[in-house]
Design a protein. Structure first.
Lengths: 721, 721
């Protein structure tokens, strides 16, 4: 069984959206959806740019799709060759996870077309596509390619004032509507056959048509070199894009391909998990690691990863807590410079978090729930559309999901503890932790007649229950954030002068004293027979089954959450919440507690988020539920193979790849199966190898030292690499 | 124009529900809906009992309807005479507001039937009906009457184990399902004509059929004497009911009628408002005062009045803040013993309020939003049914409408100030005020880093906006409640030993000190250009018109409130909120402020509650908007003439009479048009007589002294009566 690639045969219009995600190629700067070269808008093609946002009218802000510079349409004797004419057996697409190469193989009848397409991992602005054409009938072949702005956008259009230039490289210059960011794309082509060329203005773009008389048995190759730059990358994006693709043209396809593959090899050398004993699992973990690695911001040191990666504009291309909770662990243990970039995005967007806290009447740093450039809050007050009235529904994710600040502080502290690298704390990280703690001081709810500090009116990880009090996860995160702020003094005990100056600069002295008192006063979790109550009053909610709740749906696309949703007034939860806390703070709960809470909450969890299964799998390992852990691992790790997951929230399309599940798969393998845990400054293994595996190998990096974890049924070891 | 009665001609099946309310006769113990004697369930007849509740299965608890002991069906020559055979002109019904007598006049063809029916005001268990029959054709007349348990119930059935006894009086004994309360009804009849009698068991009851040969020109009279008792009234309710109706039988109809009318005359002598210059207004205020007077608990000293009076089972027959805010003013100024009864209901149900506060984790007294016997909370977590999914919707009236406790404290203080009677405070009222203040101490939200005390997560009078912070009305009520608690020490400065013992018994010493500090710290109202913000963030909500919001409805019966409703995310409010505060605390705001707030809020108010128009009218008088005040007065005062008001909240029927509007009409006349205000212990008049009126006369009672207010275009005076 093939463990490094995924192939799908046949032409399947019902899966255009899903396949675009499944066969994604990306390099952190941009993602190219896995659609065929000639795809039109109905097939949802896109080249989605990381970190470039635009708002059109009053629609949601979302990432910008670049001009389509990889478009190619073949015609034979004046007849366009399209997939819709084909029967199933004559078309297949695949993704090579090892090198991130999208391939197609289509027998159109008169010609057979194969392609090899990738977003170059070594040069982030570069896109390549090699078209290999096998001629099966004599005739006149035309290939239309170029740069086109007739794009699929969810909340677009975004590209205005388009202008095009022809030449050896075709180039396009456009400007986003909101901020006037210049987006440039260029493309040139190299053919190994004779052709006549003419330029055409079509599809909101500029194309060239290569016309060639071909004969049965001919093999033709056309290499397309394309490039995308924006004015955020430098002053002359058009020029840069042209130069980039012309230089690649000069180097040639093979040379570019080799550099790209080498880059991938070095990524895999640092991160590849080997799972022996079950090829499907090996494929799944390859797929997961591929999808997470391919969206990592390798070209920048201060960027993070959107919740749907670079697979499109879903979720506004925003940065969620997924970054710190689900992407971060694999990176911090395999490629810490990427983990650092994710967190530097947070330290550099502290300003946005300070503004958001002030907007709600608080002090300190309240990070955006859906963070866009500069930490700008992309989350609106209305995130769901009611399926019955088609009216937007007020949700409270933006206002109430306050655990986000603590999640960031948690990752900042972890980064320091795992890498031993204090520079991130010095360069803004300590300030972020302090400002997050300050936010929680200011957000605390006290009573006149009680000592405890409450956190009322919040949303925990389980978003179906809005506006609850004392969510256990949230309170725990807050407590840890406050403790981490106080811990900074120990971390900097050799630089106390610097640290005290920082406190002074932040006018933090009074808050420091308040922190010391408050972190002990936060309301303790309530328990019933060892089960922690998810929030105040959760146990009083209707205790019915998932099937009961599902049966109450009148429309399958209904939103489950909030007071109006079928789950909101019951104990059915969207995703791991108490269990997520137990997964993140393993040392705070003993095995018996975890077992009881797992048994209570798992049957009540819809797993309606890709953030859920992983947390349950991690804790399932710990309590010896290995078959369940395995099932959850496979569900998590195959999500971007299957193309599963929820595609709708009310009337809003939310499909895409699932980097959180991708990261979750790594977490289950490393933190669950291998049982990797950092305790008192040392790595420990508490292995729980599922019976399906005979050997598990995980490369990691710990405090600058490359190490290898090996787990077999006989035991587990960590050794230096 | 007739100013003492309302007549409706014709047969109108579309108005069965509304007419049952319009033509209600009641005496505080029970209400007899204004349906014809022969009405079956489809016409919604009911004899609804005050303060007797029952729950069937898991449906809402609601008041119990007594067995129908006023049923009477005529037949001629074996043919039942029914309204559905009639053309419009041959039927009319009327209500005589002066004496609370329902009358019908139906020409069935063979006979013409008139009736005079009333719930006796001097003997609360007694119901009478005189049937006068004019024979127009020879034939054989049969009259079926008796006691029947085939009842209309909204959330029933409620009567079980029914047994019937025949004799001179027919009697029925039944038992409620939940608590086994015995409900007994009896009936006897007196005819001035010859008849043969037989008994029949039909319609879940026992009837007697009087058969008589009649001749054209005959005039027959049948008097029905009926009575209802329950085991809450005494040990032998069946016996008591039989005796009651037999004694009435012995006294005779005329004698009973006279005693009843005399009782009404004395009510009117104490309360009748005279409005000269506009007969329609005179009729409207008569109707309003009738509908409120007829549901007053004259037979008890510790009962209150349900929000829909005794017109049926709507709103669970529960006691709302309507009692203190809208019923109380007319009674305290005209019949203070009834005002006292309303409030004694609260002092005697303090236990329920203490329990409710504890249930939510607070101390002190948190009164039920929908109070049933013993202060039991009748409000559930689900008060609306979604029209699209038919699922119940979580509402927060029960949890968050905390102003209720302050409303009660406000009325307790007013009772003392207006009547000068301190006994109510001594006999529990002071304790209630203290416990309400204690509740607010315990419910206060503080911050670690701010001095102000917030009241977060509340609902103000405007129920469309749930879970808001610092509702201006609520904060003002809380502040006043705390001040009133502290004020008790002055009120009892001649009995300090008693008062201190009370504090001691309530272990209130520490809370007293906390009260002194806290009442000054409650968050001040925010203002924008003089307009008080209804709650934190209200001004940030979408500012659209009532018409805009209405146009968004997909179904006319949709519930407007909550995050899901069309109004919830806009500035459109259900009812007076800031303006209600200004109406209740006139001395705290100057005319300019009231004018600005009126101009801002009125166009944004749906008036979707019968509690709204009155508050706007009162304040409109003050700011000289007399035409608007007049329009709002007429809308308020005619509501139970028109039979208007909302009949649906989602899928829940909420029709009935509107005692709050009835009380509101009195308030507009007395507190608005006459401008009656108690200031520094003295009554003042600030008259604003609308141009429609030439003279306004209002009898009141102030500190035991009967007085008459007279307002004319020339001025206003108060004189002793």
């Amino acid at each position: 069984m093939e463990t490094w690639s995924l192939t799908k045969s046949g032409y399947d219009p019902s899966a255009f959206a899903a396949d675009g995600n499944r066969f994604l190629s990306a390099n952190g700067y941009m993602g190219v959806r896995g659609t065929v070269e000639e795809a039109d808008k109905t097939q949802f093609p896109a080249i989605t740019l990381a970190g470039v946002y635009d708002q059109y009218q009053d629609k949601w802000r979302e990432p910008v799709n670049a001009p389509n510079c990889l478009f190619a349409q073949l015609s034979m004797n004046g007849q366009a060759l399209t997939l819709s004419d084909l029967s199933k057996s004559e078309h297949s697409v695949s993704i090579d996870y090892r090198h991130g190469i999208y391939q197609r193989d289509t027998d159109f009848g008169p010609v057979r077309l194969k392609s090899q397409r990738f977003a170059s991992l070594d040069r982030c602005h570069l896109l390549l596509d090699r078209l290999s054409i096998e001629v099966k009938e004599d005739g006149e072949l035309e290939i239309l390619t170029g740069v086109f702005c007739d794009l699929w956008d969810i909340n677009g259009p975004h590209l205005f004032d388009q202008s095009f230039e022809q030449g050896k490289a075709i180039s396009c210059r456009a400007r986003t509507g909101e901020k006037g960011i210049v987006v440039a794309a260029a493309q040139c082509a190299k053919a190994d056959f004779e052709y006549a060329e003419r330029f055409v203005h079509i599809k909101d773009g500029l194309g060239r048509i290569l016309k060639s008389k071909v004969r049965k048995g001919d093999s033709l190759t056309l290499d397309i070199f394309a490039s995308v730059y924006t004015s955020l990358d430098g002053a002359e994006p058009v020029q840069a894009a042209k130069e980039e693709c012309l230089q690649a043209h000069a180097r040639g396809f093979e040379s570019c391909l080799k550099a790209h593959c080498d880059a991938w090899e070095s990524v895999w050398a640092r991160s590849e998990i080997k799972m022996e004993g079950d090829p499907a699992a090996q494929l799944a973990i390859h797929a997961s690691q591929y999808h997470l690695n391919c969206v990592a911001p390798r070209h920048a040191d201060n960027m993070s990863i959107p919740a749907r990666g670079l697979s499109g504009q879903t979720y506004k291309g925003a940065i969620f807590w997924d970054s710190e909770m689900f992407f971060f662990p694999m990176f911090v243990y395999t490629q810490p410079e990427i983990a650092k970039s994710l967190l530097r995005y947070r330290t550099e967007t502290l300003g946005g978090a300070l503004v958001k806290a002030r907007e709600y009447g608080y002090r300190g740093a309240y990070y955006a729930w859906e963070s866009q450039e500069g930490g700008k809050e992309g989350c609106t007050n209305f995130n769901v559309v009611d399926v019955f009235t088609h009216r937007p529904v007020r949700t409270y994710f933006r206002d109430k999901q306050i655990h986000i600040s603590g999640d960031i502080a948690y990752a900042l502290r972890s980064y320091y503890e795992i890498t031993g690298d204090r520079t991130l704390l010095e360069e803004g990280g300590a300030e972020v932790i302090l400002e997050c703690a300050r936010f929680y001081l200011s957000r605390a709810n006290c009573r006149l007649d009680a000592d405890e500090v409450d956190y009322d009116d919040v949303i925990g990880p389980d978003e179906y229950h809005e506006r609850v009090s004392n969510n256990a996860f949230t309170n725990q995160m807050i407590r840890y954030c406050m403790e981490s702020a106080l811990k900074l003094r120990d971390i900097f005990n050799d630089r106390l002068e610097w640290f005290d100056a920082l406190l002074e600069r932040l006018r933090f002295m009074e808050d420091w004293r308040l922190l010391e008192k408050t972190c002990k006063r936060i309301r303790q979790m309530r328990r019933r027979e060892g089960v922690i109550e998810q929030f105040d009053g959760y146990f009083d909610l209707e205790d019915c089954s998932l099937a009961d709740v599902r049966a109450r749906l009148v429309d399958p696309r209904e939103y489950w959450g909030g007071d109006h949703g079928v789950a909101g007034t019951t104990q059915i939860i969207k995703q791991a919440d108490v269990i997520a806390m137990m997964a993140l703070f393993p040392e705070s709960f003993d095995d018996g507690e975890v077992a009881k809470n797992w048994a209570y909450y798992e049957p009540r969890t819809e797993h309606g988020s890709s953030l859920s299964a992983c947390m349950y799998a991690l804790t399932a390992c710990r309590v010896g539920r290995l078959d369940e852990a395995w099932e959850l691992f496979m569900r998590t790790a195959t999500i971007d193979i299957e193309g599963g997951g929820k595609e709708w929230a009310g009337e809003i399309y939310i499909g895409g790849t699932h980097p959180a599940s991708n990261g979750g798969a790594w977490m289950i393998a490393a933190l669950g199966f291998a049982g990797l845990r950092l305790q008192n400054g040392r790595l420990e293994l508490h292995p729980h190898l599922p019976r399906q595996l005979t050997r598990l190998v995980i490369p990691i990096s710990f405090r600058g030292q490359k190490q290898i974890i090996e787990v077999s049924p006989d035991g587990a070891v960590i050794r230096n690499a």
